[in-house]
Design a binder for this molecule. Structure first.
Ligand code: DX5
Ligand code: ZN
Length: 226
């Protein structure tokens, strides 16, 4: 049975209570801390930065999954690549030469990934998929938590799975945006490996974080057995 990875979206965390949240994630064997980096240019918002990445990595052994939603990616790779085991993803829409950026990320010691906007066709990454280890399929427009799913993005998950098989190169397929109780089954059926968990599931304030992790595990097990 394939392991579905859980990646809490740290922009949705309670910053006053980060330590207990991180302790819970460690106890629950959470796979990644998903960290959204925004620059107010590529996306119309600001969120986290290198300081919080450093702080999280110094306290938690859970690998960082850093999602750059910024321009001038090459200039900032070094600042984000420094913690051990970092996955560093960027938007190819935001750079002139994505293969050069991928080299830059590898040379800095991080594992490269790409994130694609809902309107970017999967085919846009055909010539770079074999060079990355993770593809993040944005299922909402990048920039904000709490948005609604853009339904046509679900088909892109299967297209990516087919493309990675054609190239005989395994990538982690991550879904990011409104990964909700309602949408998770379709995302898993389509072939998602990593779930970015924000306000619509893990940080659904109707229940505790611990209860929501349990609900996620049960839902994943049911999807995999059914
Ligand atoms: C942007 C973020 C958001 C968000 C996900 O890249 O990763 O998509 O926090 O959580 P939701 O959409 O459930 O609030
Ligand atoms: Zn993200």
């Amino acid at each position: 049975m394939k392991r579905i990875r859980l990646a809490p979206s740290m922009m949705c965390a309670d910053f006053i209570r980060l330590k207990p949240e991180l302790d819970l994630f460690a106890k629950q064997k959470i796979d990644f801390l998903h960290i959204d980096i925004m620059d107010g240019h590529f996306v119309p918002n600001f969120t986290l930065g290198p300081g919080i990445c450093r702080a999280l990595a110094s306290y938690s052994a859970i690998p960082l999954d850093i999602h750059l939603m910024i321009e001038n990616v090459d200039s900032y790779v070094a600042a984000f690549a420094e913690s051990p085991g970092v996955y560093l993803s960027f938007h190819p829409e935001a750079v002139y030469h994505p293969l050069r950026t991928i080299d830059c990320i590898r040379n800095a010691g991080a594992t490269p990934g790409v994130a694609i906007d809902p309107a970017t066709p999967v085919d846009a990454i055909r010539h770079l998929i074999a060079d990355v280890e993770l593809v993040c399929v944005m299922t909402v427009n990048p920039g904000y938590s709490g948005q609604s799913l853009i339904p046509q993005t679900i088909d892109k998950i299967g297209e990516l799975r087919d493309m990675s098989e054609r190239f005989n190169h395994t990538v982690l397929i991550e879904v990011d945006g409104n990964v909700s109780w309602q949408n998770i089954p379709a995302m898993l059926r389509a072939g998602a490996d990593v779930l970015v968990l924000g306000t619509s599931s893990l940080y659904d304030r109707e229940a505790s974080l611990g209860a929501n992790v349990g609900r996620l595990r049960t839902m994943i097990a049911e999807c995999q057995s059914g």
